[in-house]
Design a binder for this molecule. Sequence first.
Ligand SMILES: *Cc1c(COP(=O)(O)O)cnc(C)c1O
Length: 496
Amino acid sequence: MKYQSTRDIHTKITSAQAITQGISPEGGLYVPKELPVITLDDIEGLADMSYTDRACEILSLFLTDFPDDELVNCVNNAYTEEKFESDDITEISRVGENRYFLELWHGPTCAFKDMALQLLPYLLTASAKIVNNNKEICILVATSGDTGKAALEGFKDVDGTRIVVFYPADGVSPMQKRQMTTQAGENVQVCAINGNFDDAQTAVKSIFTDKELGEKLKKGNKMFSSANSINWGRLLPQIVYYVSAYCDLLKDDEIELGDKVNVCVPTGNFGNILAAYYAKKMGVPINMLICASNKNNVLTDFINTGKYDKKREFYTTISPSMDILISSNLERLIFDLYDSSASEVIKLYDSLSKTGEFTVSESVKEKLNNQFYGGCCDDEQTKAAIKEAFEEYGYLMDTHTAVAAKVYEDYKNKTGDNTPVIIASTANPYKFTASVLSAIETPESDDEFEQINELINASGQQPPKQLMKLKNAKQRFNMLIEKDKIKSTVEEMLSL
Ligand SMILES: *Cc1c(COP(=O)(O)O)cnc(C)c1O
């Protein structure tokens, strides 16, 4: 299988090249030239397999240049019972009629980002070996909170790699911040910026394609790569869990082979929902893709009007991992909806950087609306959704998952569509203790770990051990820089 860039379809590279490079030199994103097909027979076969075996089968369709044993090694090292609580790796909780929460947060950092970022370091080092790369790989990460920690945990002390993470100083939860600033590992660095996620992501993306830095790197026998979902190696593992979730529903007799399901995803950078779109396109019987946003509802407006307009106020919400106005992976969807037209992508993204907006054609909007529904909710509605699921079903959701639950309710009320739905549950509630607790009762203490105790008492659910351990962990990183200093900071940190 070969890969092309969304901004240059004449690119023809292998998956190992796409994964080591992360982003295409002209700024486009790598996508497969053709998507492999999964038939209902395939799904039936996969249903009898373990998560790791399903992953090997699906990944091998895309990573055709990886030796089989290499891929098996990657998968078996990444998805272990030890790291993910059980060898099921993900869990499905049925909450109410036809509503299934796909819990993707049983990994080391308690958010769905682990599903990809536990595997990516293995894919990346295997890719480097395949393409004969002996350069040191420097991973630059912009994070809205969860990617940073998951990437740090995945790449810490991985030979031949270094990782630098930038996060918005005032844009992450206290637990997210604590997770990152206490990170262990000899090859890791963490830095806060005065700015939001979009500032961090834009700066990091431009560093990847900076010619002058590129020269300096070459001299130092180093190269950049990305652990953000602009890297194909980060997106691919996410396709696996949608296929796997369908298999699980089948195996548990919740659905029959071929039955349609809807998928609802709390969305920020458009990576997670794009993986569901690819799973649908490959042949998994998925009907509607429900794109849930918080008050930063740029995607809701886009789906409803066909106009993507980033010129709007940026809000800091209680679902910080979705506080994003420039959703990088939308570029891959646009490319696909325009039947792989790089020139259309270039035109639209030129317009986005020059005027802050673009509008898709009528026919593309129609294709979009046949498959995607967009909805949003604010913090009060998010909290109300947490309270309702908890009181009615005893099910405790984090703030991001709650956005999805609320938008799904709205969708169902509006359309009457009762198709079984898989709602992506993207984080453990204890990552956002203050907001989750205040949704179900008034907190007594301001202290984060006191609030954790309050939430334990209120919910009867235990927090993950790895979060509790952070209480006494030593802070290693306290650097704070202005957003226009990201490039010079990278140069310093990597001694370029
Ligand atoms: C990253 C994240 C999201 C958004 O996912 P995208 O792939 O960026 O759309 C939602 N919820 C949580 C908890 C996250 O960490």
